[in-house]
Design a protein around this ligand. Structure first.
Ligand SMILES: Nc1ncnc2c1ncn2[C@@H]1O[C@H](COP(=O)(O)OP(=O)(O)O)[C@@H](O)[C@H]1O
Ligand SMILES: [Mg+2]
Length: 336
């Protein structure tokens, strides 16, 4: 398979001196669904802006859709579609007018434009509301309109910057379906960024995990999770002044046979093991001997968040977590 994106040692330093991208290299194959997973501020949007010609690179080599970024930015722009993190919908225009306007910007006209506009509106299921002003659309509908707009000129490569951030779970799942269809059915190569590990896991054939402007690991979601070596046993300590119980638990877990690695984060301690079914009993016994009682214990398969945690010692603050906190905050605010 041919590479549709090649990035070698890309560096991006903003004018204030901030090094947002610190020498990253990666390839994306034609037809692939490729993801950049990382927390807020990792450098995902900066990478997308450079690759889509919106931001001039500081150094490194970038080839997109067969064109060199340094010398053929115009050609790249014609070959790609971009859905940026912020919506670009014009709220005073109807859905259809938004898409048509974008098509015109790509020099499309006549029947080719008309047919393509109808096709993409149908693809994102906005055809029945296409004559309504986009300002009246919900967040999920606006995102779908952004997607339609990015697709009107039939790009073979689509960049999506956190496309489901802020969407409710139902709109998110719906968007996932359109993106899968676009990739599998229409053969569009997708480069997607996300903070949502479930999204990366579900959609992407291959991901790079990015943190502080560096790629910390790369592979298929299942490869990355399998590399952690089995299941996780998570002990939570919510009532733990001075984190005493947590440090004790960490030390104890390290001595239990079959535990391959122990990590602590926030209010929990996580043990990795190939055989959780058997090891969990030894863990409980060992903790009991020292009278260390967690507030909860859970056995699960590792997630991409565990991959991030093992590499960085931190968790990816996923959109869902943030959204949940906001909802909780607003409910609390509403009660008082
Ligand atoms: N215009 C800018 N000027 C200076 N620093 C910036 C600018 N835009 C982003 N940054 C910084 O660069 C880093 C990467 O940002 P960004 O690419 O937006 O991350 P992400 O999209 O992964 O959340 C962050 O530390 C951010 O604060
Ligand atoms: Mg971003």
């Amino acid at each position: 398979m041919q590479n549709i994106i090649t990035v070698e040692d890309l560096v991006e330093v903003y004018s204030d001196g901030k090094k947002a991208i610190d020498g990253i290299s990666f390839d994306v194959e034609e037809g692939e669904f490729f993801g950049f997973l990382g927390p807020n501020g990792a450098g995902k949007s900066t990478t997308i802006k450079v690759l889509t010609t919106l931001l001039r690179k500081t150094s490194g080599r970038v080839n997109v859709a067969g064109y060199d970024l340094g010398s053929a930015a115009g050609e790249i722009r014609k070959a790609i579609g971009v859905v940026s993190q912020e919506t670009t919908v014009d709220v005073d225009l109807t859905g259809r007018e938004n898409v048509r306007l974008q098509g015109r910007l790509y020099q499309m006209h006549g029947n080719a434009l008309k047919n393509s506009v109808e096709e993409v509106l149908k693809l994102v299921q906005l055809d029945n509301v296409a004559d309504k002003e986009a300002g009246r659309y919900s967040g999920g509908m606006k995102k779908r309109l952004d997607l339609a707009t990015a697709l009107v000129h039939k790009p073979k490569l689509l960049f999506l910057d956190e496309p489901t951030a802020g969407l409710d779970p139902q709109s998110r799942t719906a968007l996932w379906e359109y993106l899968k269809e676009l990739n599998k059915g229409e053969g569009v190569t997708v480069f997607l960024t996300t903070q949502n590990m479930e999204e990366a896991d579900k959609l992407c054939r291959r991901i790079s995990i990015i943190d502080n402007g560096k790629i910390i690991t790369e592979g298929s979601p299942s490869e990355l999770k399998e590399a952690l070596g089995g299941d996780t046993i998570t002990l939570s300590f919510t009532e733990d002044p001075g984190s005493l119980l947590r440090s004790k638990a960490k030390a104890i877990l390290g001595t239990v046979p079959g535990v391959t690695n122990v990590i602590d984060s926030d209010d929990s301690v996580i043990a990795y093991t190939k055989n959780a079914g058997r090891v969990v009993i030894d863990v409980v016994e060992a903790l009991g001997r020292d009278n260390v009682r967690p507030s909860s214990l859970a056995v699960s398969s590792p997630t991409l968040d565990d991959v991030f945690l093992q590499k960085t010692g931190r968790r990816i603050r996923s959109e869902e977590l943030n959204a949940k906190r906001e909802t909780e905050a607003s409910i609390l605010g509403g009660v008082s």
